[in-house]
Design a protein around this ligand. Sequence first.
Ligand code: GLA
Length: 387
Amino acid sequence: MTAQDAATALLREVTGREADGVWSAPGRVNLIGEHTDYNEGFVLPFAIEHRTAAAVARRDDDVIRVMSTFAEEPVQVSLGELDDAIARGGLDWAAYPLGVAWALRRAAPDAETFGVDIAIASDVPVGAGLSSSAAIEGSVASGLNDEWDAGLSRVELARVGRTAENDAVGAPTGIMDQMASMLGVADAATFLDCRTLETDSVELGFRPAGLTLLVMDTNVEHSHATGGYRERRESCEAGAAGLGVSSLRDVTVEDLPHAEQVLDDVTFRRVRHIVTENQRVLDTVWTLRSAGPRTIGELLVASHASMRDDFEISVPELDLAVETALANGAIGARMTGGGFGGAAIALIDDEKTADVGAAVTAAFAASGFTAPTIFTVRPSEGARRDA
Ligand code: GLA
């Protein structure tokens, strides 16, 4: 069953009513540009075919009730109590859809809002670093934007999603995932300047080149609401302050020798990752456009090394997946997403894909790691109304 059908069925089962409409938004893979988004840098993600769907039906009162196939009980709150409920916290998964409703009302204060039932279903793998949270945010934001006639643009809806993530869920993330999910185009990546939020679509051309994009989910769970992600963000802010700039976007590869002199070793290496990663995103866009996807392998590999050695957000499972994929003929491979677990990606000749997958599974078994989940993804369309 598709996520759209599952959401529609859940809404019918719990409320006994039909949906006014069904909206969906995809997860994403980041091809390159990691932790650069909150440094006002460049990223190059693409939406994938795995989607989250929200079926929405208007109510006669001012209650927002959210339900999901991955939670036992619906959660409800009246619009009048929404601010307090968000401020109090403790909403668990419901913080995503309710946070979106809350952020959307603030972003569109003139919209006439009313109570709704929202049923959510998803086939985006959770905890794999494929932005299952941005997919929830994008589907609910798109649904409420239409239902409440709020008139927000896709970029504004991406901002609404990030506000929900930062202020309702409490994860200090950037805006890459929400932008990728809202703006995805089939067979293309979204080149995003996180300073201006300007985007450009970059054709990937995997299929015509005979290439497959493999996702190797390590099944090592990560969370960005705590720990390492926040710490990395703070190091980047400390690095920018030490260099006298408002964000690391303003530091170039030529500035690195000076940065090495004025920053402590750890902060310097965090800065070096961001600065070189921004350059790698620009180089990848240029390479894709001038020579096609077969020549981006070295950039992907360099990105992984930088995250492993300088930014220190990889884990042994991610390193093993990348090394094994490369040893078995992948053109390029790297961890994707926030790190500390989640998934790695590999770009592979179609005919070698099965062998690479088998080799990674065997290598994990030999190392005593939990078995990885391996699947292919296609660059797909962003958020949309389905019904
Ligand atoms: C997570 C965050 C994004 C981004 C990536 C790292 O996916 O949600 O904003 O920072 O990590 O590139």
